[in-house]
Design a protein. Structure first.
Length: 191
């Protein structure tokens, strides 16, 4: 008679067998929950740009176009032509154009320069005529203001706004009355 021998397993072996069995249902429930949250996130990520484009194309742009067409367009004077006026044509603010002004920067011993173009505007209709009559004087004023700048002056935050104020003040002082109101840079290169 063969003897039956049963191998008794240790209590730690029972725990090892129970752990994988318990982990399997937990893993399957985690994957079901995690996978369900990923699909809506992907749909939202893919649909957001499409929805933004559709709103801009069919809502925002038509409303903006309608508003712009309802208003009166204004024209900007370029190349110092002064105000344009006439029947049915909108009048632009007086302006004078300074093109390609080049100056050496102070403190650089002629090795660094500033090249700029800008438009000076004002509200007085005689501004353009006054600038034309005093073109040489105002060019000299412009060169003096710009060439007094250092490289450090131009690297400071807000330096262009300070320069605008200096130019407007210098023009009004040279002309003896307040004709210039604002300076708009169209080109500003430091080399």
């Amino acid at each position: 008679m063969p003897a039956k021998t049963e191998a008794k397993e240790s209590p730690s072996a029972d725990k090892e067998k129970a752990a994988p069995a318990a982990a399997a249902p937990a893993a399957s429930s985690k994957s079901a929950k995690g996978g369900g949250g990923l699909l809506p996130a992907l749909v939202v990520a893919l649909m957001a740009p499409v929805a933004s484009w559709a709103v801009a194309q069919f809502v925002v742009l038509p409303a903006l176009e309608k508003k712009l067409l309802a208003g009166t367009p204004a024209t900007l004077v370029v190349s110092g032509e002064g105000t344009k006026g006439g029947k049915g044509e909108p009048s632009a603010p007086p302006a004078y154009d300074f093109k390609d002004v080049v100056v050496n920067l102070a403190g650089t011993m002629g090795t660094r320069y500033l090249k700029t173009s800008f438009i000076v505007t004002g509200s007085d209709s005689s501004m353009h005529a006054a600038f034309e009559e005093n073109k040489v004087k105002l060019t000299d004023v412009t060169l003096n203001v710009l060439s007094s700048l250092t490289l450090a002056d131009l690297e400071e935050p807000g330096s262009k706004n300070v320069l605008r104020e200096k130019l407007v003040g210098a023009y009004n002082q040279a002309l003896g009355k307040k004709l210039a109101e604002q300076v708009y840079f169209s080109d500003f290169v430091v080399q």
